[in-house]
Design a protein around this ligand. Structure first.
Ligand SMILES: *[C@@H]1O[C@H](CO)[C@@H](O)[C@H](O)[C@H]1NC(C)=O
Ligand SMILES: *[C@@H]1O[C@H](CO)[C@@H](O)[C@H](O)[C@H]1NC(C)=O
Ligand SMILES: *[C@@H]1O[C@H](CO)[C@@H](O)[C@H](O)[C@H]1NC(C)=O
Ligand SMILES: *[C@@H]1O[C@H](CO)[C@@H](O)[C@H](O)[C@H]1NC(C)=O
Ligand SMILES: *[C@@H]1O[C@H](CO)[C@@H](O)[C@H](O)[C@H]1NC(C)=O
Ligand SMILES: *[C@@H]1O[C@H](CO)[C@@H](O)[C@H](O)[C@H]1NC(C)=O
Length: 270
């Protein structure tokens, strides 16, 4: 009798307070979630990637690896920042654990008839935590120059090419090519006064050189991402894993919300 309160407290915690989704995660994940490969156009979607089921809306894996298939032709990875275009998948190599993706936001930027109301973001800022930008990529740097003196200086700079992206006489975007990837994301030495810089990875050509004049083609050709092998499944630790997964999902939702809060305004961020 005297030990009952502690005991019942533990039972209470164990039975009542674990969210049902946590307890039933294994069953839910199995049900209706195909473990076998799916296709989107000519791209094979298999573990760790999974195809979003828009009708049932169920989750069949880690959110970062969710692939949405449009018109059985375009496979897309979401952006980690809500409401901002993600990445179109051109190909996946399961052996190399790499994928070739195109930043759909940057494509939209180039297609926009007027740049007014658009803001460029760093491509890396909307990448989910499971993915890394491969070190073999080269970067473009897009400079949004607002000051007249900065625009004049950019025009004189032989390493820069003026793009078609601009808003009247308010600002104009220039591009630099061939910037090597920096592990810690420090591009300070490429800063230009009076211009905001955004970093966009693109594939390095076989010659190892890229020409800034080709910026449209380079953006449309995409860049390489890699992913880490997920740890092998351990059935005994299943609940712990789901716990961690849920915590990770929770954290990424919080991070996303924060990013959204920081960046959202009337302008669309691409
Ligand atoms: C999707 O496209 C692929 C190849 O383009 C084709 O083999 C497949 O049958 C299509 N699937 C559906 C559901 O239309
Ligand atoms: C997949 O289809 C696209 C066009 O829909 C094509 O450009 C690409 O080369 C194809 N990839 C493979 C591996 O067949
Ligand atoms: C749907 O896919 C087909 C071929 O895969 C393509 O020809 C067509 O343009 C696509 N439609 C849209 C709306 O993207
Ligand atoms: C360029 O900078 C201006 C001023 O900060 C901003 O309003 C505009 O949205 C930016 N344009 C792009 C394409 O980022
Ligand atoms: C892009 O990232 C660089 C550093 O990595 C930062 O200095 C710059 O402000 C970022 N640009 C935008 C538009 O957020
Ligand atoms: C880059 O391309 C432009 C236009 O095609 C050409 O005029 C220029 O010489 C090229 N620059 C280099 C460094 O190859």
């Amino acid at each position: 009798m005297s030990m009952a309160p502690v005991y019942w407290f533990l039972v209470f915690i164990g039975v009542c307070c674990l969210p049902p989704m946590l307890v039933g995660a294994d069953e839910q994940q199995g049900e209706g979630c195909s473990r076998s490969a799916n296709r989107c156009g000519n791209i094979t979607i298999s573990d760790p990637f999974w195809l979003a089921d828009t009708e049932a809306g169920r989750s069949c894996g880690i959110l970062d690896f969710k692939v949405t298939c449009y018109n059985n032709s375009t496979a897309s990875l979401r952006s980690s920042v809500p409401l901002i275009p993600g990445f179109a998948i051109n190909s996946i190599s399961y052996k190399e654990r790499s994928l070739l993706v195109v930043d759909e936001g940057k494509q939209k930027l180039l297609e926009a008839s007027s740049g007014c109301g658009i803001k460029i973001g760093n491509t890396s800022a909307k990448l989910d935590t499971q993915f890394k930008i491969d070190l073999s990529n080269l970067n473009l740097i897009l400079y949004n120059c607002t000051k007249e003196s900065a625009v004049a200086a950019a025009r004189r700079d032989g390493g820069l090419v003026q793009t078609s992206v601009r808003c009247r006489n308010e600002w104009v975007v220039f591009v630099r090519a061939g910037v090597h990837h920096d592990r810690i994301g420090n591009y300070a030495r490429y800063a230009m006064e009076g211009c905001d810089a955004s970093v966009v990875p693109v594939l390095a050509s076989l010659s190892g050189k890229t020409n800034a004049s080709d910026y449209e083609q380079l953006i449309n050709d995409g860049f390489l991402l890699t992913w880490e092998a997920p740890p092998p499944p351990l059935p005994a630790a299943a609940h712990g894993r789901h716990n961690k997964k849920l915590i990770l999902i929770g954290m990424s939702i919080m991070a996303s919300a924060q990013k959204m809060h920081e960046t959202l305004s009337q302008t669309s961020i691409l």
